[in-house]
Write a protein that binds this ligand. Sequence first.
Ligand code: ZN
Ligand code: ZN
Ligand code: ZN
Length: 138
Amino acid sequence: MDINTELKDLLHRRKLKATSSRLELLSLMKQSERAVSYSEIQQVLSDADRVTIYRTLNALSDHGIIHKAQVDGNDTYYAMCDTTCDDHHHHHDHVHFHCTKCGQVTCVTTPKPLNIRLAGHEIESYEVLAKGLCKLCA
Ligand SMILES: [Zn+2]
Ligand SMILES: [Zn+2]
Ligand SMILES: [Zn+2]
C-alpha cells in the first residue's frame, strides 16, 4: 500500500474526508521520525492559509490522529499518534524529548509504562517533557 492510500484509509476510518491539505500534512508527519513544527507545516502547505492549517490540525487532533508534542517559545510541534488514540481520547504513554542542541522534538517510548500517581487527584492524561541531547547530538 502506498503512503497516500494508507493515509486516506486512516482518515476514512476516523470518518474524516481525505482533503488535500490533510493528506499533505499527514504525509509530512508520517515520513518524519520526529515531531514537525508549525513553521515547517506552513512551509510545506504553502498553498493553505492560516485558517486552513489551523482547522486541519484541529480536525486531525480531535480524531486522535496527531497530537501536540510541545510548545516551545513561538513554535508548536506536532507528531503522529499511535494506534492507542481514537476519536474519543488520546492515550500517550511516551515522553517528548526536546534536544537543547539541534532543537528537534521526538516522541520517545519508555521501556516500562509510565505510572504517575498523584494522591487525591484523578489523572486523565499527562504530558512528560524531557530536555537534553538527542542521539545525534550526544
Ligand atoms: Zn494521540
Ligand atoms: Zn539533537
Ligand atoms: Zn508524542
